[in-house]
Design a protein around this ligand. Structure first.
Ligand code: IMP
Length: 429
């Protein structure tokens, strides 16, 4: 059972990139299972900083095979740009493959994402999407009008399919949004070029995964976004369009749950969210600004400032439960150095009543007030600590309290952006 899932436990940007990079040193395969280039995973190595959007972080390890699963939606231009920039830094990308079942983010998807978001914004209901065409691409997948990677390799059939789909899309673009239609010739030509440039990467990935599992190799299942942005379990409709919880790892790669040995949930020591939607512990004050500045909480993909808040243990507990998290990782503990007291949301108050359950309705969550417990902060820096004994007692108490509230053991504490800046309490492998 050698697959290990890495899931974002909050609203994304928890630091999964660093965790996957750290673990991939001892992995044979790293496989991305959801989302697209809306994701932004940052890794810092001796070679400097790398930002990944579609490509699994494991590519930085010289012998790790990297897979983009069928659950991912791929923008070929963005993918190729990432490939070229990795090659320019002498990273070997020959160990990378894309599932032939993965859906393509087409030019009309990015266009429609922005047009739809514009209409929603006019009505005061913007979702704050990344504008990368993610929602429209998954819509087409569900509507069975998507173009898959495998379609790029069959130029004749592609033309028939694209003619049909583009007619529908152009009707939508011109009649509903009063935009400019896309040319069939140009779109088809783009697809042909993509097919030729990507053909060596596109293949069935299930056999690679099945053989690796049978041989007892270690596979990291790399999630994007976070549980609270999951299409089913997140703060709908303020969510992304994919399954960012552990179920997505199985459907997004074609592997059975029985192969998953550990499910690691990555949580920041506080909370952030980018885009709109409820965030009960949001700090619209100087502490929120301080956290944003100190931690440079700006989106890797869009550059938007992230909304910052205290740790929400109600939401964290919910994400532990829906994912069956076996091992939690706390990141960016060092950001809280010097802040005192540190508040943790232990319940919500709704219409005068205390509730401990994460509500289904975004509007209900919006109406929830956090019930805080204050914990003493610490003065001594935790940055770069490598052992629990290096942490001030107040930081240990904070981590232990989160552990109790989440109902899950915290096995790794990340104390800085560098590869080795972490305290390993229990190794997942
Ligand atoms: P979409 O995924 O672009 O459709 O955006 C839907 C929502 O998910 C927006 O609120 C985005 O800000 C958020 N989102 C999407 N990807 C990420 C991510 O990687 N980190 C954090 N938020 C994200």
């Amino acid at each position: 059972m050698p697959a290990y899932a890495i899931i974002g436990g909050q609203w994304g940007d928890e630091g999964k990139g660093k965790v996957v990079d750290f673990l991939s040193g001892e992995a044979d395969i790293v496989a991305r299972f959801n989302g697209g280039n809306n994701a932004g995973h940052t890794v810092i190595t001796d070679l400097g900083e790398f930002k990944f959007h579609s490509i699994p972080v494991g590519i930085l390890r010289p012998s790790t095979t990297c897979i983009i699963g069928n659950g991912v939606v791929v923008n070929p231009d963005a993918f190729l740009e990432e490939i070229y920039s990795l090659q320019a830094r002498s990273v070997d990308v020959s160990r990378l493959c894309i599932s032939d079942r993965a859906h393509v983010i087409m030019p009309y998807h990015t266009m429609l994402d922005r047009l739809e978001e514009g209409i929603r914004a006019e009505g005061g209901g913007a979702l704050g999407t990344t504008g990368m065409g993610i929602g429209p691409a998954y819509m087409d997948k569900a509507a069975r009008t998507g173009i898959r990677m495998v379609d790029l390799l069959d130029e004749k059939a592609l033309l028939t399919r694209l003619s049909f789909v583009l007619e529908q899309k152009n009707a939508l673009i011109t009649k509903l949004y009063v935009g400019e239609p896309l040319s069939l010739d140009e779109t088809y030509e783009k697809c042909r070029v993509w097919g030729r440039e990507l053909k060596d990467y596109i293949k069935p990935v299930e056999p690679i995964l099945q053989e690796a599992l049978a041989a007892g190799k270690r596979i990291i299942l790399e999630g994007a976004q976070g549980a609270m942005l999951d299409i089913d379990h997140g703060t709908y409709p303020y969510v992304t369009s994919s399954s960012s919880t552990v179920g997505g790892a199985c459907t997004g790669l074609g592997i059975s749950p029985k192969h998953i040995k550990e499910i690691a949930g990555v949580y920041k020591a506080y909370t952030t969210r980018v885009g709109t939607g409820p965030l009960p512990t949001e700090l619209n004050d100087e502490i929120g600004d301080f956290i944003r500045k100190r931690a440079w909480e700006y989106g890797t993909t869009t550059g938007r400032p992230r909304r910052c808040g205290w740790f929400d243990a109600v939401a964290a507990r919910y994400s532990v439960d829906i994912n069956g998290i076996t091992s939690a990782v706390i990141t960016r503990l060092d950001v809280l150095d010097g802040i005192s007291p540190i508040r943790v949301c232990v319940a919500y108050r709704l219409n005068g009543e205390i509730i401990n359950r994460f509500p289904t309705n975004a509007s209900t969550l919006e109406a929830c007030e956090p019930v805080y417990e204050d914990l003493p902060g610490w003065e001594k820096p935790t940055a770069s600590a490598r052992n629990i004994a290096d942490l001030p007692q107040e930081a240990v108490n904070y981590v232990e309290r989160l552990e109790q509230l989440m109902g899950c053991s915290i096995d790794v504490i990340s104390t800085g952006p560098g590869r080795d800046e972490a305290i390993i309490v229990r190794s997942m492998f």
